[in-house]
Ligand binder design. Structure first.
Ligand code: BTN
Length: 285
């Protein structure tokens, strides 16, 4: 019975995203300066990187209802159903050395989980390095792309895909165990409300960092508190190796510390993490 009701809700055409709500709500905000919406786009990150190269101002936001070539981390594809989720990218021009940019991904992820909590009441977590997680499943992902010239950061594009009103169980095989706000709460929420909340939060944190880098400590603490993997036995896959150990912490530069069974401490700046399962095991999960 419940399945039938769900099916009916899913086939209903989703409301298109309304960028005017964003522009009105963010009138005097950094991320309300230049809001660009497209019904369909290749990838919001690719589009925004081009605008950044052409001189677009910090705070420019690109949102799309659909991506024909959505990008995930490590060259993967990002799949999303038209009009059901959030697909967006923001442009920052931070005055930070390239090695310190992870804090911006951190505040972006924190803004994401806090906005999800505010609008839906759901308690999402962060899975190193850039995933938003809920109930052991992927709720969203972040793709951070930086341009550096002669050691100086020119721009940073932060893209997020957040599963909102989608029902992933209606799809065929997905790469990961996947969830959405709808799948967790059985409630449809306003994508515009989430994005407004998220962008306001991001702006507050970004400006705080700009005034005093010491506040990185607070973000770092919260990020670790919200980490889905800390204290758990995990497997890190880097492409070259697969190592099992306990996830002991994430440092200020974003490196994951793993303690292996023989007590050796290893640090990773990138890779994929699965909790007690290999990625291939997860895919069959
Ligand atoms: C990942 O988990 O692999 C990162 C996924 C990032 C997806 C978002 S959707 C909006 C933006 N545009 C893209 O092409 N990718 C990011």
């Amino acid at each position: 019975m419940e399945k039938k009701i769900l099916k009916k809700e899913v086939v209903k055409n989703p409301e298109p995203f309304n960028p005017d709500i964003l522009t009105r709500a963010l009138k005097s905000y950094l991320f309300g300066n230049n809001v660009i919406f497209r019904d369909t786009i290749g990838s919001t990150n690719v589009f925004l990187k081009r605008l950044a190269q052409e001189g677009a101002s910090e705070g420019t936001v690109v949102i799309a209802d659909e991506q024909s070539a959505g990008l995930g981390r490590l060259g993967r594809e990002w799949f999303s159903k038209k009009g059901e989720n959030l697909l967006f990218s923001v442009l920052l021009r931070p005055q930070l050395p390239p090695g310190k940019l992870f804090v911006l991904t951190m505040i972006f992820a924190l803004a994401g989980i806090d906005a999800v909590q505010d609008i839906s009441g759901l308690n999402a977590m962060i899975k190193w390095p850039n995933d938003l997680y809920i109930g052991g499943k992927k709720l969203g992902g972040i793709l951070a792309e930086v341009s550096v010239e002669r050691g100086v950061v020119q721009y940073l594009v932060l893209g997020m895909g957040l599963n909102v009103n989608w029902n992933p169980s209606m799809e065929g095989t997905l790469l990961y165990p996947t969830s959405s706000i709808f799948a967790e709460s059985r409630k449809k929420v306003s994508r515009e409300d989430i994005l407004v909340n998220l962008l306001k939060r991001l702006e507050v944190s970004y400006l705080e960092l700009g005034q005093d880098m010491a506040c990185i400590e607070g973000f770092y603490r919260k990020w670790n508190e919200k980490s889905f993997i800390l204290g758990k036995t995990v497997v890190v896959e880097t492409g070259r190796e697969r190592i099992r150990g306990e996830a002991a912490g994430i440092d200020r530069d974003g490196a994951l510390t793993l303690i292996t069974a023989d007590g050796v401490e290893r640090k990773f700046l990138c890779g994929d993490v699965s909790v007690n399962m290999t990625l291939s095991e997860q895919r069959n999960f």
